[in-house]
Design a protein around this ligand. Sequence first.
Ligand code: NAP
Length: 342
Amino acid sequence: MTFASAAIPPTVAILGATGAVGQELLTLLEERSFPLKQLRLLASPRSAGQTVAFKGQTLTVEPVSAEALSGVDVVLASAGGSVSRQWAPVAVEQGAVVIDNSSAFRMDPAVPLVVPEVNPQAALTHQGIIANPNCTTILLTLALAPLAALRPLRRVVVSTYQSASGAGARAMEELRQLSRTVLDGGEARSEVLPHSLAFNLFLHNSPLQANGYCEEELKMLNETRKIMQLPELSLSATCVRVPVLRAHSEAVNIEFEAPLSVAEARAALAQAPGVELIEDFEANRFPMPTDVTGRDPVAVGRIRQDLSHPQALELWLCGDQIRKGAALNAVQIAELLLEAAR
Ligand code: NAP
């Protein structure tokens, strides 16, 4: 099953339209002139009745329901795992394809996990649901895939520097407010995130597993293996939340089965789809979150030989994880389906 050509242009629903990812989905559908018969904005009953401007029209947010999903061809879901688990099967039952931003279905063997620049063909094998990977994983695989095409990967060690926006619109607002509180000499008490991010950082707060890793770190391992079809890949991640408003960064150490020169790696990354090199050693200028905020590419730089290992390279990357790490990736998947149906 791909997508019925009869459904072009499709009726699209954004489930979670009022959230950080939902708002970015709206922006992207407009920016990319995504063909639309109709656009429905769905969220919880809390935000039902809110209005949103889209292409000169005013759209009203509706509470999600079976009726609201009826007649929809593509659901772009970004309302969390439990909402997706409840509503994705209802949407699929009624004939929609669901592109899901939550982690609900990512490791389901029947559900493709897709980064369009890395494994686009997987999208066309879907049985109604396609999963969008975790944001840190999407950014990482964009840099790993062109290098893995040159030399097989042996081991990846990654540390992340994840912005407040990764935890949603309310976490971004909390960082703004608590930063003001601290600057005014007050005490920063967090309600959305487990600790205040204002002038602080903390290890990612997803649930810890018995092995000492948190869920976010294990998502990077398991999802990278699935997307890149490398079930044996060794990968160890440390995920950290930092006081950046938007866009994640990652320090990545990549060990190959055979040596890969910095020049070869740089040339491959310079040409890789979805990747931009920001690398000026003379000026000591490399990617920063502000370079990629609101932009599509993942910026890579400071590619260098690992001095501690002859078969390993180090690199640094930044990507707007609401955009390429979530909304853009989902819209690109929808575009793949449209292309296949034409
Ligand atoms: P968010 O800003 O908190 O937005 C959540 C959205 O879900 C809101 O529109 C909210 O609507 C809606 N929602 C919540 N409960 C609902 C319910 N019971 N029924 C219907 N709608 C409901 O979160 P977000 O950051 O956009 O993340 C959304 C999803 O994308 C999550 O699964 C997240 O893990 C995933 N994701 C996020 C990022 C990121 O960078 N932020 C990246 C990759 C993946 P109301 O306004 O009505 O509450």
